[in-house]
Write a protein that binds this ligand. Sequence first.
Ligand code: FAD
Length: 347
Amino acid sequence: MQEWQFVMPEKKHKKKFFGNLKAEVIDAKLCCHCAACSAICPVYGITAGDKPIEFPNWVKDCVDCGACVKVCPRWEYKPLNGVGNYVEVISAKSKRFKGQDGAMVTEITATALEMGLIEKAIFVSRDEDWRTKIVTIRDVSQLYDRKVTGTKYCYADSIPALKEAILSSKAVGFVGTPCMVSAVRKMQNSFKKFERVKLVIGLFCTENFYHHQLSEFLLKHKNVDLMKATKTDIKKGKFIVRFVDGSRVSFPVKELEEIIPSGCKVCQDFSAVESDVSVGSVGSESGFSTVLVRTEIAKAIVDKIRERGTAEIKEPDMGAVQKLCDYKIKIHPYPPKKKEEKKEEKS
Ligand SMILES: Cc1cc2nc3c(=O)[nH]c(=O)nc-3n(C[C@H](O)[C@H](O)[C@H](O)COP(=O)(O)OP(=O)(O)OC[C@H]3O[C@@H](n4cnc5c(N)ncnc54)[C@H](O)[C@@H]3O)c2cc1C
């Protein structure tokens, strides 16, 4: 197959392909905002960023190529779920980097760069107000920047950056939420050029947010100015914001229900089952990351970390990981329950 050639998907409506995506995914409230459609659109008409995916002049400007439909993880959606296959699982903490938990995403990326398995990796950094900013990591030294590591609870346009990276490099690493991981797999299945993505690190995930909605909620309801925050976290059902002076604000994530995007509410994939290696905090003690090693390349990297002793390694609590995987299926039934069904269950 030629690098940008693919088999056309089937249309469900007599409209251009973006019209099909809009009807079946965006208007149907299934869109997970992975931005794969925006990355692949040959006329760059599909916009992502801190707002719902759209293509302002699609009726006129869509070239009807079908690429957006082809890469969408929510087209003909069948939710993935569970812990998935893995060859090894560890709880670990990097001895050289600081991150959200054990900085194992960073340690794995650094080791992959040092082993020459990847030339670049796409990371999500942030500005002062915690807006996501994409960074291309070319050198391990970039990974000591504390804004580059750590979790940002907002959508990030990593996949458009990934597409740019594969145009100039033959071995790229990627880090993303489970929906982003599935989108990258769809891109790899359809477009030969995406074989250049050699390492896909998935993050455990329950939900994500639009930056403007999260920051507005925090300011209005919790008097929290994100500009003053040093860390944001979701742990044991609590959203926690930490500040420079050591103080913190914590409240139940349930209070954010109104601003959880609809596409997250149909997602059941907690552990990023399609990744090469999945990393999360659940299953590990504070300061450590749970690492589910799924494929050969990830195994080679973790073996190298062990050999070099660049991380402290312990046994994880897989029961806790399984519990969260089951919980996500329970809270996000698909197809979604109608309001009446929910009422009946409560009564
Ligand atoms: C939206 C979101 C929700 C999460 N929910 C859970 C959860 O419910 N339970 C759980 O156990 N873990 C969850 N995680 C994962 C957890 O917060 C840590 O990212 C994970 O434990 C890895 O920690 P670390 O110290 O090894 O990573 P680090 O070494 O600090 O690296 C963090 C990596 O995450 C990437 N990243 C940060 N923000 C984003 C983003 N918005 N989109 C894509 N990539 C990003 C960075 O580029 C970096 O590569 C979530 C992560 C995200 C992004």
